[in-house]
Design a protein around this ligand. Structure first.
Ligand code: SF4
Length: 360
């Protein structure tokens, strides 16, 4: 088997993907590693940091999320962080090897208000530290995406989470099509796109593959695809889900790598229950990034020194910022539209029993 002839993009059918996903693990990893080596330095892994700039109190009902106000978790709510707080956190993360900072706010969608002005300042500040700046703020209008791009944002994260069908079993407060629209708004504004999903929420293999088909069919494909293993948090509707088996994670990463050869596949949440050997297999299968730092928004993550030791043992080097793109220039702010942009984000209105039960 050789990987030399892998086309950069290929239309995958669900049947072909099922066959690929079910192939013997050694064959799958060997093929994925070949694709990875054609497009990436296999000994380079980007360290990124994920910072919760506004924590908790979210009106959405994502079944996996401890930040949803309706569930009873022990999350400490925080107001939007100041420029100084973010600068300190970003500088620390950079000192520990991170070349990218993703700032997350627990919002349904961005509003044209003073908090958004503050986020624009945060973006300008982190851009000034020469880190790739990513943000995940919920749904976004075209104008908001343009303003973020002008402030020097490099990437916008908006995960699809799962297949369109299974998404309805996890979230009832917004629709899949709005997520696709937000990704399109970010793309049109010239931002790079980061979008992936979570495995271990009770979905089928077909759901995982269908999500990858949707991501791979975006044109261009996302520059970044995070693959998360569910971290089941007490108090959320998915608290009783079993941890994801490492080989399921490896398969998911390998299939993502083969389907989207030039994308950075991010080994994201769930690393605390993975051994360094398991993570090494993920890197071999095509993962080109981890999230570093002891927290991933609100869930635990390995300590920085453990990651540095793992990098050392494996001979991995952290990627530098903008290794795969140019640093965005900070430009004049186009400003908010005179009249509020009235985008009608959907409210699907169906009920998910386990979410309702946890709410009570
Ligand atoms: S995942 Fe994001 S949108 Fe969903 S409840 Fe959590 S913070 Fe809110």
């Amino acid at each position: 088997m050789t990987a030399k002839s892998e086309p950069i993009t290929q239309r995958w059918t669900l049947d072909a993907l099922r066959e690929l996903h079910a192939s013997p693990l050694m064959d799958l990893v060997f093929r994925a590693a070949g694709v990875h080596r054609q497009h990436h330095d296999p000994n380079e892994v980007q360290m990124a940091s994920l910072l919760s700039i506004k924590t908790g109190g979210c009106p959405e009902d994502c079944g996996y999320c401890p930040q949803a106000a309706r569930y009873h978790t022990d999350i400490e709510e925080n107001a939007l962080m100041t420029v100084e707080q973010v600068k300190t956190a970003a500088t620390r993360a950079k000192g520990l090897g991170s070349s990218r900072l993703c700032m997350g706010a627990a919002w349904r969608n961005v509003k044209d208000d003073a908090e958004f002005e503050q986020v624009l300042d945060l973006v300008r500040t982190v851009n000034g530290l020469d880190m790739e700046v990513c943000a995940t703020l919920g749904m976004l209008t075209p104008n908001q995406a343009e303003r973020l791009a002008a402030a020097g944002l490099y990437a916008y994260n908006h995960n699809l989470d799962s297949s369109e069908e299974y998404y309805k079993e996890v979230i009832s407060t917004r629709g899949y099509e709005d997520r696709i629209e937000t990704i399109g708004n970010a793309r049109k504004a010239g931002l790079t796109v980061c979008s992936g999903g979570i495995i271990g929420m009770g979905e089928s293999i077909d759901d995982r593959l269908k999500m990858l088909m949707t991501l791979a069919s975006l044109s261009p494909q996302p520059e970044s695809v995070p693959i998360n293993a569910l971290v089941a948090v007490e108090g959320t509707p998915l608290e009783e889900q079993k941890p994801v088996d490492i080989f399921e994670m490896v398969r998911m990463i390998a299939v993502t790598r083969i389907m989207m050869p030039t994308t950075t596949v991010r080994l994201s949440a769930g690393r605390t229950s993975m051994t360094p050997e398991g993570q090494a297999l993920c890197f071999l299968a095509g993962a080109g990034s981890i999230f570093a730092g002891d927290k991933l928004l609100t869930t635990p993550n390995p300590e920085a020194f453990e990651d540095l030791e793992m990098f050392d043992s494996l001979g991995l080097k952290p990627a530098t910022a903008y290794a795969k793109g140019c640093k965005p220039e900070v430009k004049a702010d186009p400003g908010a539209p005179g009249e509020k942009t009235r985008i009608k984000w959907s409210r699907p209105g169906h009920k998910i029993e386990r979410n309702e039960a946890k709410r009570k």
